[in-house]
Design a protein around this ligand. Structure first.
Ligand code: C2E
Ligand code: MG
Ligand code: MG
Ligand code: MG
Length: 301
């Protein structure tokens, strides 16, 4: 970081004020990153992290199938922060393993509290950072967490990003294979964003493919794009995997995903990630609706 600053300064020296703005922007970015890293431990201790839940729906009957837990930082000065900026910094520092354990714990706690209230059981997907895979205790920690809330491991889906699979295939096969044997449901997140070969996919311990948003957000009406989606669906069926499409933002995208037989959908078209209390309202409405009459559509489709 210091080196980057020095480099920026020497450029500034040579090219005068042209680079002054760049220099300032870079300095501010580094200062902000430092503030994030310095504040993360105390933020966790002070309860500034919270999980939001984004609903996931079964495409065949439009019923609520589960949720993805996404962490938010309720920062006293900056307000509610999305993870795109802080997660990479937490991954660099190693703090992510601690934060992920907090998220898993909260996710299980909320699922148990809803079970106790008698809502139809749902599963929650949590993100597992690549750093967690290298933690020798990950299986013990996850098992302890689900036991603490008396949940079967199958109620917790573990989302592991595709690029983690390609980094160290042997370690992934060992660790994730063990988690799968223990009963956790394994999802490959961001599928198609990296470079996993089809050959490798076949050897990976997996239950669900979670299609990267870019597949959904391209012009799905173009035959070639629809063809790619169809191909992936065919492959998934052949491998006995379910498919989730994330980042669904329009009705048109939903229609095309239905055409190719995709199993689950998640995205802003249905709902943004929301606080757990708000999700509970959804669960209450949907739960009651699905018991009473599936066809009386609660959400317009
Ligand atoms: P992800 O796991 O791929 O999660 C999906 C991201 O897409 C979320 O962003 C979600 O809010 C966003 N999203 C959902 N539907 C739509 C849509 O229709 N359109 C668009 N444009 N975006 C949509 P978010 O919450 O900002 O999280 C970003 C990434 O940060 C996540 O990507 C995940 O990789 C990471 N992350 C979030 N929470 C955690 C966590 O607890 N632990 C770890 N290790 N990573 C996390
Ligand atoms: Mg995810
Ligand atoms: Mg993810
Ligand atoms: Mg994703």
């Amino acid at each position: 970081c210091d080196r980057a600053l020095l480099a920026a300064r020497s450029i500034k020296g040579r090219y005068g004020t042209y680079f002054a703005a760049y220099d300032d922007a870079l300095r501010n970015k580094l200062l902000r990153e430092q503030a994030i890293t310095n504040g993360m431990e105390s933020a966790l201790a002070r309860g500034q992290f919270e999980i939001y839940l984004q609903p996931k729906y079964r495409i065949k009957d439009d019923s609520l199938a589960g949720a993805e837990a996404l962490v938010r930082w309720n920062h006293p000065q900056w307000g509610m922060q999305s993870p795109a900026e802080f997660i990479p910094l937490f991954e660099k520092s190693g703090f992510i393993t601690k934060l992920d354990q907090f998220v898993w714990d909260r996710a299980c706690a909320v699922v148990q509290s809803w079970d106790e209230k008698g809502y139809p059981p749902i599963s929650v997907s949590v993100n597992v950072s690549r750093a967690d895979i290298y933690n020798a205790d990950i299986a013990d920690i996850l098992v302890k967490t689900v036991r603490k809330y008396r949940l079967p491991p199958s109620r917790l889906h573990l989302e592991i990003t595709e690029s983690a699979y390609t980094e160290n295939p042997k370690q992934i096969i060992d660790t994730v294979g063990r988690l799968r044997e223990l009963g956790f449901v394994i999802e490959m997140d961001d599928f198609g964003s990296g470079y996993s070969s089809l050959n490798m996919l076949n050897q990976m311990p997996l239950d669900i493919l979670k299609l990267d948003m870019k597949f959904i957000q391209v012009e799905t009406a173009k035959p070639v794009n629809q063809g790619i989606l169809r191909f992936i669906m065919g492959l998934a069926r052949w491998m006995n995997l379910s498919v989730v499409a994330e980042g669904v933002e329009t009705r048109d995208q939903l229609v095309r995903l239905r055409e190719i037989g995709c199993d689950y959908v998640q995205g802003y078209y249905f709902a943004r990630p929301m606080p757990c209390t708000k999700f509970e309202t959804l669960l209450r409405e949907r739960g009651l609706a699905s018991k009473a009459e599936e066809s009386s559509s609660v959400r317009p489709l």
